[in-house]
Design a protein around this ligand. Structure first.
Ligand code: HEC
Length: 211
């Protein structure tokens, strides 16, 4: 907001300045007027550049905010779909199979019908619209978190288009401290990607091989 105001002030001053110059006596030579015009054009293009930069910064902020919106919609979607009742569990995995850090002692994994056949066939890339929900349980079988991978067309083409999110049990994306910064666990998450990239399951970014 301050940036916008200061740009408006610069604009106003700029226009007043060129306006005043234009009203100077008729004695002023044509050459001088042209020089002044060039100068004011310089000011205007500088302002245009600033405005463009401001838009870019705003767009970046939106891009940062967007994952939270996607995460909220995705949570609603999996609840409406009633994934526990209507989706299949991961091929050959039952409820509460043994897990490894960071996902917890026991896991239950569901996959929606869009992705299920591709998982069974071990297709290298799972189709857009695939959603995998992994419930992360503590050793006493209390639900601790829900890790979800959602394949979203064009979301992240260089890394398989996966949207990554780790929810708490109320459906809010969890937060993590890293290098003194707080990261919300939703979006293109380097930490999830770094580990899942090393997958040897035959399906890109998928750790659990369908047997
Ligand atoms: C340190 C490595 C590591 C990190 C970091 C990691 N995962 Fe995983 N993930 C695994 C492993 C290993 C499995 C297989 C199950 C198991 O052994 O726990 C897995 C399984 C999954 C699955 C089930 C599908 C599959 O690939 O097998 C989902 C969904 C998932 N992770 C989501 C996430 C999300 C979301 C994040 C980031 C918030 C994340 N993971 C971060 C290692 C990791």
């Amino acid at each position: 907001m301050y940036k916008l105001m200061s740009i408006l002030v610069v604009l106003t001053i700029g226009f007043l300045y060129t306006g005043c110059k234009g009203q100077e006596g008729p004695t002023e030579s044509r050459q001088e007027t042209e020089i002044e015009e060039e100068k004011s054009e310089g000011v205007v293009s500088e302002i245009e550049e600033k405005i463009e930069k401001m838009h870019e910064e705003q767009a970046e902020e939106e891009a940062v905010k967007a994952p939270l919106g996607i995460a909220a919609d995705l949570w609603k979607l999996i609840q409406t779909e009633n994934y526990r009742e209507r989706w299949k569990m991961w091929p050959d995995k039952e409820a509460l199979y043994e897990g490894t850090p960071p996902h917890g002692a026991s896991l239950t994994t569901y996959v929606n019908s869009i992705g299920y056949d591709a998982v069974v066939k071990k297709e290298n890339q799972l189709p857009p619209g695939t959603i995998i929900v992994t419930e992360n349980y503590m050793p006493d079988h209390t639900l601790e978190a829900i890790s979800v991978m959602y394949n979203l067309a064009d979301f992240d083409p260089l890394q398989g288009n996966w949207f990554w999110v780790k929810y708490d049990t109320d459906g809010n994306p969890m937060r993590m401290e890293s290098d003194g910064k707080t990261i919300t666990l939703a979006g293109k998450l380097t930490s999830c990607i770094a580990c899942h990239t090393a997958s040897t399951s035959g399906i890109q970014f998928i750790m659990t091989a369908p047997e």
